[in-house]
Design a protein around this ligand. Structure first.
Ligand SMILES: C[S@@+](CC[C@H](N)C(=O)[O-])C[C@H]1O[C@@H](n2cnc3c(N)ncnc32)[C@H](O)[C@@H]1O
Length: 257
């Protein structure tokens, strides 16, 4: 299914924004990422974009994990959205009592032979509680299941518990006032990405989409590390902005001659 078509069908349902959806959709098609692990589903909007991309490349499977207690919380549900867009066959929805770290435990255990865990995923997207303990653990566990040259995406790079104080006291089971000031004020996904992912010997290519709060790492296992920060909203915006700058410069030079 084309990007425009799936966007038309799910637009307006939280949480993934159009820019991130486009990055994700294009990445799956360009890199042929057919076995995907999604940690944190909510309404399944990102799931629908990924399933649409899989249909474009002729198949694949997404395993999407969330909390059992949130099953009836999100309306529309992931199942309803997938049925609406007719892409249910690409997704296996898993709901766990205590969350995705125990799902990762089960996956590692089931894929371990003779003390070696066989990797199976091409892409893992971590978009859950934005918490150092849970998502730090999730990174190390998901890494064991991620194939060489696979990608790891983190959402909410800049999010803090402090920033959410005005709207609620508890986020995904964590009571804000029980945290230290440092835990409330530091973006915990940023800490995971900067201190765990970027220092991990297997990860070499890093991209931060600053405006969208997305951090991407590739498990390229290369000694040469690269880090790009993208400030513009999308590739299209970069082109538009560049054209705009060139026009301004031409106007400026004309004015001088
Ligand atoms: C921001 S939403 C995910 C949005 C979705 N990826 C999208 O862009 O459409 C975060 C989700 O993470 C789930 N979540 C939070 N903590 C979790 C945990 N420990 N294990 C599994 N899921 C969790 C929440 O229930 C919620 O559905």
């Amino acid at each position: 299914m084309t990007f425009e078509k799936i966007h038309d069908l799910v637009k307006g349902v939280p949480y993934i924004c159009k820019n991130n959806a486009r990055i994700l959709y294009n990445m799956i098609i360009d890199q042929k990422l057919t076995n995907i692990l999604e940690l944190g589903i909510a309404h399944g909007t990102a799931t629908c974009y990924m399933a649409a991309a899989l249909e474009e490349i002729g198949g694949g499977q997404i395993t999407s994990v969330d909390l059992l207690e949130m099953k009836d919380h999100f309306k529309p549900s992931v199942e309803e959205q997938l049925a609406k867009v007719n892409l249910s066959k690409y997704v296996n929805v898993v709901r766990m009592e205590t969350g995705y770290t125990w799902f990762l435990h089960d996956e590692i255990k089931n894929n371990t032979r003779k003390d070696i865990c066989e990797p199976k995923y091409d892409l893992c997207i971590i978009d859950g509680p934005k918490n150092w303990t849970i998502d730090g653990c999730a990174f190390f566990c998901a890494d064991k299941l991620l194939k060489k040259n696979g990608f790891m995406i983190f959402d909410d790079y800049d999010w803090t518990y402090g920033s959410a104080d005005k709207s609620r006291d508890v986020t995904d089971g964590i009571t804000h006032r029980k945290l230290s000031n440092a835990e409330r004020d530091n973006p915990q996904i940023k800490e995971v990405f900067e201190l765990l992912v970027k220092q991990h010997p297997s990860y070499s290519h890093f991209t931060l989409h600053k405006l969208e709060g997305w951090a991407i790492a590739q498990k390229s296992e290369s000694a040469k590390k690269t880090y790009s920060v993208i400030y513009s909203e999308s590739y299209k915006d970069v082109v538009v902005q560049t054209k705009f700058q060139i026009k301004r410069w031409l106007g400026f030079l004309k004015g001088r001659s």
